[in-house]
Design a protein around this ligand. Structure first.
Ligand code: NAD
Length: 467
């Protein structure tokens, strides 16, 4: 097991939670195991004519529901252990938020910054080709999504390659996180960050739980530090800021910045775009190394970069009262225990970053139905609301202003429907795991695992496989 450290960490959490369930040992062992791992090596011709070998993996952790689902990561940290661990987290995450997928994850071991756009396109298309060859991709088989180091561009290459090779009518559903023009869905780009916001807001609305960590309810005025200004971190920070929180610190590769009065996330983003770094942002103090910032006084800490960021070397220095694990596996189990013993509340990754897969699910549904959400009903809804407003006017003999009528009669478009579905998912799932937490006197991570183990086990038990 020494070879599989991150996967072993995930399994440690599984075992802890499994002790609170009554399922047969054999069934629990089966749920925990990683079903299949595909390892591939292929040649890349670089722009300068040289040839390099690229290594990639795709792990499908559980096939209890199909398709399996999980992102594709481009990073030097990628290895078999990492994809297996992340695939397992996907299984549990999907179950926590009732998204009907098994868990999967893929990755390519590259430093993206060392390759040209044309080279990245060749790598992505060739990796997709290898996945198609082995039946590791398809709308009913396994559906990748963006993760660390990948985004809409890579998903678009994946879809195009799959479509060219298969002529599948449902080809658009072979991958999510695509650009809208290629079958993507409005709201997917910001979904994970927005889910982090909705989930944390729900947690902060519980007066009893907030009192226990020494905070008042609500997001307004809470001091937030974010690690990683990528897709997840940037959007999470933006939604927290819009919700009235004060973003006091942002940590990136090159260093961190801190301003107790608050940082304007959009301006920091633009500053990084223009100067290549978040450092020297007007009015903020530079913090190096950026890991220092994780130990600063704040109410909510959002690690949104990579795994193992909160570990036994810094856990005892962390002062945040709430840790919202936007990244996958940012807290080691030792760190978890140290932080917990201080009384802080850890909102686990398997719940709090599930916004991405939730909206990926909506995108996949859109692709299979071949119709945009809201297309059929929007105008009909608007006419009904208008009639209702007119009836109220007639009954009250008072008139609404033109602007008010427009506002009252507006039907929901795709983005609004996606936000609504995501908000409901995060609220329902939070209350479900929080209730399990209280009933069993455990932490939220264990509660989330108990919730998913029970949901998956019931499925097998009903199939009569493990009576
Ligand atoms: P990303 O590549 O868009 O952004 C990651 C950011 O973190 C980059 O800006 C990078 O420079 C920064 N970073 C890397 N190492 C750092 C360090 N040591 N200190 C500070 N900053 C550092 O990736 P992302 O999609 O935002 O993913 C981030 C995390 O969220 C990953 O753990 C990923 O698995 C998880 N996640 C992503 C999604 C999604 O929809 N993209 C969904 C669920 C979970």
């Amino acid at each position: 097991m020494a070879k599989y450290k991150f996967f072993a960490e995930v399994n440690k959490n599984f075992d802890k939670a499994a002790a609170y369930t009554k399922h047969p040992k054999g069934l629990l062992e089966h749920i925990k195991s990683c079903n299949t791992v595909y390892r591939v090596a292929f040649p890349l011709r670089r722009d300068n004519g040289s040839v390099e070998t690229i290594h990639g993996w795709r792990a499908e952790h559980s096939h209890h529901k199909l398709p399996t689902k999980g992102g594709i990561r481009y990073a030097m940290s990628v290895n078999e252990d990492e994809v297996m661990a992340l695939a397992a987290l996907m299984t549990y995450k999907c179950a926590v938020v009732d998204v009907p997928f098994g868990g999967a994850k893929g990755g390519i071991k590259i430093d993206k910054s060392k390759y040209s756009q044309a080279e990245l396109e060749r790598i992505t298309r060739r990796f997709t080709f290898e996945l198609v060859k082995k039946n590791f991709i398809g709308p009913g088989v396994d559906v990748p999504a963006p993760d660390y180091g990948t985004g809409e561009q890579e998903m678009s290459w994946i879809m195009d390659t799959y479509k060219a090779m298969t002529h599948d009518l449902n080809a658009e559903g072979c991958v999510t996180g695509k650009p809208v023009a290629q079958g993507g869905i409005r709201g997917r780009r910001e979904a994970t960050g927005l889910g982090v916001y909705y989930g944390t807001r729900e947690c902060c609305s519980n007066a009893e739980d907030m009192k226990a960590v020494g905070l008042t309810t609500g997001i307004e005025g809470k001091r937030v530090i974010v690690q990683g200004l990528g897709n997840v971190g940037y959007h999470a920070a933006k939604f927290f800021m819009e919700g009235g929180a004060v973003i006091t610190g942002i940590a990136e590769f090159e260093g961190g910045i801190f301003n107790p009065k608050g940082l304007d996330v959009e301006k920091v983003f633009q500053h990084r775009k223009e100067t290549g770094s978040i450092l020297h942002f007007p009015g903020a103090q530079n913090v190096t190394p950026s890991t220092e910032l994780l130990t600063y006084e704040c109410d909510i800490l959002i690690p949104a970069a990579l795994e193992n960021q909160l570990n036994e070397t810094n856990a005892h220095l962390i002062k945040a009262k709430i840790i919202a694990e936007a990244a996958n596996g940012p807290t080691t189990s030792e760190a978890h225990n140290i932080i917990k013993s201080r009384g802080a509340l850890i909102i686990p990754d398997s719940f709090i970053n599930a916004g991405g897969v939730t909206v990926s699910y909506f995108e996949w549904l859109k692709n299979l139905s071949h119709v945009r959400f809201g297309r059929m009903e929007k105008r009909h809804e608007e006419r009904s609301y208008l009639k209702l407003a007119q009836a109220i006017e007639e009954m009250s003999s008072k008139s609404f202003s033109v602007d008010r009528i427009r506002e009252l009669s507006l039907g929901a478009d795709e983005r609004e429907l996606v936000y609504s579905g995501l908000e409901d998912t995060m609220i329902v799932a939070y209350n479900e795991i929080n209730e399990i937490r209280k009933r069993n006197d455990v932490d939220l991570r264990t509660a989330a695992f108990i919730s998913s183990i029970n949901k998956i086990a019931v499925l097998y038990e009903q199939m009569g496989i493990f009576p």
